[in-house]
Design a protein around this ligand. Structure first.
Ligand code: SF4
Length: 387
């Protein structure tokens, strides 16, 4: 049994925003299609040559596919090695500010949490990044809460300009911007953006985002597309796992990624799988995702998006991260801190959430190498795309 998702029906109007396409999706029907998928559907999906068809996509995230996890993982591993070789890129997140104007019930930075707030000065950001560069990192992700007052886009651009000489690529995970804002960042040396939708279920979204600009679901949904139009070459998306039904989140994430691959074809899509971890505010996941579901989601995503970067952060435990090397992941953070200034002074301010894998970057690199993969500290240079 298969069901064809109502994708891009108005071919004559493409490209159009993902929010337009999203309105035509029946997420409940897609989840039901996953729940009803048969072992035969899963076999056909795994045997697909190239990306799995839209009709078979829900089968990848089905209970039937969970029972074929070994075959799914083997197919994911083969596709990943064919496309990316035996490599894992290492990157470091660096928090610029934990100020935020939004109320997100699951996040330590939510404006109503009484935590020590801090925004790095330019000199502090340069010093913090210098320490990461000294450890070998050349791919940097600048992260912040969402507060235009404390961290306007002009300040992020200023930081990026200062750091660009030491880093091969700089991505940002900050408040969604207009296309013009992304252009300003691109001109400053930023080449990637990450905007997690958190949850693709509009009802769950409304229940956990109760105040602030983040309440605008569609504005957020289209942000990475605006970044792609502005010329950013890496577009990162993902759902925060634990908020809503993981099958809905996974299928919607896959559809979002497939849309971006067409509408922002000059950019590469990167998909993350952040699971909720303990944070100030004490949010308890409403829909926890266990390790088996997590592995299925990651491997299935590889079959849905053979060309996408798949990203696993230090939110995940050591044993699981190590097992995922070779199964589909292509990018990992290491030695992360989630508080502004945390690399220089670990107790300097409050973190966004608890890190689980606390190994040093070198220790993570050694494990990657021991598993027969190359830990890659740099796989890009701005001169490749210099105008
Ligand atoms: S999830 Fe992002 S927007 Fe929401 S409170 Fe945390 S930092 Fe702010």
């Amino acid at each position: 049994m298969t069901i064809a998702p109502p994708l891009e029906r108005d071919a004559g109007r493409f490209p159009r925003r993902f929010s337009d396409t999203f309105e035509t999706l029946d997420l409940g029907a897609l989840r039901d299609a996953a729940l009803r998928a048969t072992p035969r559907d899963v076999e056909r999906a795994i045997a697909s040559d190239g990306p799995v068809s839209d009709a078979l996509l829900p089968a990848l995230f089905s209970p039937a596919a969970s029972r074929s996890l070994e075959a799914l993982a083997q197919r994911s591993a083969a596709l990943t090695e064919r496309r990316f070789g035996r490599t894992i890129q290492l990157y470091a997140p660096m928090y610029l500010s934990n100020e935020c104007v939004n109320k997100c019930t699951y996040c330590g930075f939510s404006f109503d949490n009484r935590i020590a707030r801090r925004t790095l000065t330019l000199d502090e950001a340069i010093a913090e990044a210098g320490g990461l560069a000294d450890q070998g990192f050349r791919h940097l992700l600048l992260v912040s809460g969402e507060s235009n007052r404390h961290l306007p886009v002009s300040r992020v651009a200023e930081v990026a300009r200062a750091l660009a000489p030491r880093f091969a690529s700089i991505a940002v995970e900050i408040q969604p911007l207009e296309e013009e804002g992304y252009r300003e960042l691109e001109a400053a040396g930023v080449d990637g953006v990450v905007v997690y939708q958190e949850t693709y279920d509009p009802e769950v979204y409304a229940s956990v985002h109760t105040k602030g600009p983040k309440t605008r679901f569609s504005w957020r949904l289209d942000s990475v597309e605006r970044a792609g139009t502005a010329g950013l070459r890496s577009l990162g998306i993902g759902a925060l796992l634990g908020l809503g039904d993981w099958r809905i989140e996974a299928i919607a994430t896959a559809l979002h990624a497939r849309h971006l691959a067409k509408s922002a074809w000059r950019s590469r899509v990167a998909i993350s799988f952040p699971r909720i971890r303990a944070a100030a505010g004490g949010y308890v996941p409403a829909a926890p995702v266990d390790d088996r579901d997590f592995v299925q989601m990651l491997c299935a995503m590889r079959l849905a998006m053979p060309d996408a970067e798949l990203v696993v952060s230090t939110r995940e435990p050591v044993a699981l991260r190590d097992q995922l090397i070779g199964l589909g992941v292509t990018r990992m953070s290491a030695g992360s801190r989630t508080n502004p200034g945390g690399y220089s002074e670990p107790e300097a301010s409050e973190g966004q959430f608890d890190i689980v894998d606390e190994r040093s970057p070198r220790a993570v690199a050694e494990v990657i190498a021991a598993r027969g993969f190359e830990p890659v500290w740099k796989d890009f240079d701005r001169s490749f795309v210099a105008r």
